[in-house]
Design a protein around this ligand. Structure first.
Ligand SMILES: Cc1cc2nc3c(=O)[nH]c(=O)nc-3n(C[C@H](O)[C@H](O)[C@H](O)COP(=O)(O)O)c2cc1C
Length: 402
C-alpha cells in the first residue's frame, strides 16, 4: 500500500498509554503520522513521546500561536487522508456527535473531509449508556467508521465491553477504510446529478436525480487511490473526500466541463441524468404571468441537447467508458441496444420504475451490461456498495482487455 497521511487524534482515556505502539504500527506499514491531542489526553501520554515517535510537531492547543503558525488546524484537517480518534472517549464521541469545535481535536474533526475512524475505549457502563450508544449510532450513520471496543478486563477494574482495540486491529481497520490501491495512477472522470435547463431567469426543467449514485462512484474511486474529477449537476450533496469537483448545471455546461477534462482521464463514469432537451429560447428575465393574459397557456419549444456520452465515445481512445441508462420498462433489452448504439465499455442500467432503486433513494439495483450483451444482475444494495461493484467490474474488464 502507498504511504498515506494519517492524523491520530488522541483523547483523554487510560488507553492512551497504548498510542505510542499504535504510532509505531502505523509507521511500520509506511504511513506518515501526525498527532493531535486533547488537553486531557496529556494526562495519559506525553506529547514529547508522540513527537519523538512521529518526528512531527504534536498539536495540542487550538490557541497556541506558535503551533497554529506551524500548521494551522484547517491545514491539518486538509492534510489528513484519514483521521483516527484513539482512544475515543465518551466525551469526545458526544462532542463529535453534536458538531462541537471547542478544542483543537474537535475543530479538526469538524473541518476535515477525510474519513474518520474512531476506536472507543471506556468503562463498560459508560459504553453501554444510552447516551453513548445513541451518539455512536448517529456518528456511524453519518459515515464515521468504528473499530471496537473489545471485551476484556478494563483498567477501571470492571470486566466487559470497553477495551480499546489492539493497535494491529486499528491498523487493519485503517487499511480497510483507506481502501485498496487498485486505481492508483488512474484519472477517473465522473459525472453525477441532474441537469437544469433554464426557461427564464427563475424557472427551469430538471429531473429527480439526486446525484447519490455518481457521488458514491467518485468516493469509491478516490478510496481506491484514483485521482478523481467529479462534474456535478444539480445536487445538494457535499463533495466526497479527496475528490476535485466542478459544478455544471445545464447539459451544455456539463458537456463543456467533461470535454475539458476528458483528455487527461483514463476512466469515465457518466452517471449524470442529463436532460435530452432544453427550451429553444431561455429568457434572461422572469416571464410575467400578466404577459400571457387572455391566453390559455404558452408553448415551450424544446431543442435537443448535446449527447455527451456519444461524444465521449467518439473520442474514447484507450479510455474505459461507463454509461448509465435509466429505464422504466424492458430494462435489459433497452440497455443492450444502448451500449451498442453508444459504443461504451460497460452500461449500468437502472430500473427507475422501482421505488427502492434509481432516482433519489439511498439504494439501487442494477444490471451491468457489457458490449457482448453479457448481463450481470446486482441485487438491491446501498449506492456505495453498488459503486464498489461497478468499479470491481471496471477493473476486471480492464485487466481482461490488457
Ligand atoms: C484516570 C482516568 C481515566 C479515564 N479513562 C477514561 C476512558 O478510558 N474513557 C473515557 O471515555 N473517559 C475516561 N476518563 C474521563 C475523561 O478523561 C474525561 O471525560 C475527559 O473530559 C475527556 O476529555 P477529552 O475527551 O476531551 O479528551 C478518565 C478519567 C480519568 C481521571
Amino acid at each position: 500500500m502507498e504511504p498515506r497521511r494519517i492524523l491520530l487524534a488522541v483523547t483523554g482515556g487510560i488507553a492512551a498509554y497504548k498510542i505510542p505502539e499504535l504510532v509505531r504500527a502505523l509507521r511500520g506499514v509506511g504511513h506518515v503520522v501526525r498527532c493531535a491531542m486533547t488537553a486531557e489526553a496529556r494526562h495519559f501520554v506525553s506529547p514529547m513521546v508522540l513527537q519523538t515517535l512521529t518526528g512531527e510537531t504534536v498539536r495540542t492547543d487550538l490557541f497556541d500561536a506558535s503551533e497554529e503558525g506551524e500548521i494551522d488546524h484547517i491545514r491539518l484537517a486538509d492534510w489528513a487522508e484519514l483521521v483516527i480518534v484513539a482512544p475515543a472517549t465518551a466525551h469526545t464521541l458526544a462532542r463529535m456527535c453534536h458538531g462541537m469545535a471547542d478544542d483543537l481535536v474537535t475543530a479538526v474533526l469538524l473541518a476535515t473531509r477525510a474519513p474518520v475512524l474512531v476506536a472507543p475505549a471506556m468503562n463498560v457502563n459508560m459504553w453501554s449508556h444510552p447516551a453513548t450508544q445513541a451518539n455512536v449510532e448517529r456518528l456511524c450513520e453519518r459515515g464515521v467508521h468504528r473499530v471496537g471496543p473489545e471485551t476484556g478486563e478494563l483498567a477501571c477494574g470492571w470486566e466487559g465491553l470497553g477495551r480499546m482495540s489492539e493497535p494491529e486491529a486499528i491498523v487493519a481497520a485503517a487499511t480497510l477504510v483507506l481502501g485498496p490501491d487498485t486505481l492508483r495512477g488512474e484519472k477517473v472522470l465522473v459525472t453525477a446529478g441532474g441537469t437544469a435547463e433554464p426557461i427564464d431567469s427563475v424557472r427551469s426543467i430538471t429531473n429527480r436525480s439526486s446525484g447519490k449514485m455518481g457521488f458514491a462512484v467518485a468516493a469509491e474511486a478516490a478510496r481506491r487511490g484514483a485521482d478523481v474529477c467529479l462534474v456535478a449537476g444539480v445536487t445538494s450533496l457535499s463533495t466526497p473526500s479527496g475528490v476535485r469537483r466542478i459544478d455544471a448545471h445545464s447539459a451544455r455546461q456539463m458537456r463543456d466541463a467533461v470535454m475539458a477534462e476528458l483528455e487527461d482521464s483514463t476512466i469515465v463514469v457518466k452517471a449524470a441524468a442529463v436532460a435530452d432537451f432544453r427550451p429553444a429560447v431561455q429568457e434572461d428575465h422572469k416571464i410575467k404571468k400578466e404577459s400571457l393574459e387572455g391566453q390559455a397557456g404558452f408553448n415551450l419549444r424544446l431543442v435537443t441537447n448535446p449527447d455527451i456520452l456519444t461524444e465521449i465515445c467518439e473520442r474514447k481512445g484507450d479510455r474505459f467508458v461507463v454509461g448509465f441508462a435509466a429505464e422504466s420498462h424492458d430494462v435489459v433489452a433497452a440497455a443492450r441496444r444502448k451500449i451498442v448504439r453508444k459504443g461504451c465499455d460497460l452500461l449500468v442500467a437502472n430500473d427507475i420504475s422501482r421505488s427502492d432503486a434509481g432516482f433519489d433513494v439511498d439504494t439501487n439495483a442494477v444490471f451491468l451490461v457489457s458490449p457482448s450483451g453479457e448481463v450481470e444482475e446486482i441485487p438491491l444494495l446501498s449506492k456505495p456498495e453498488i459503486a464498489a461493484q461497478i468499479l470491481d467490474r471496471v477493473e476486471k474488464l480492464r485487466r481482461e482487455r490488457q
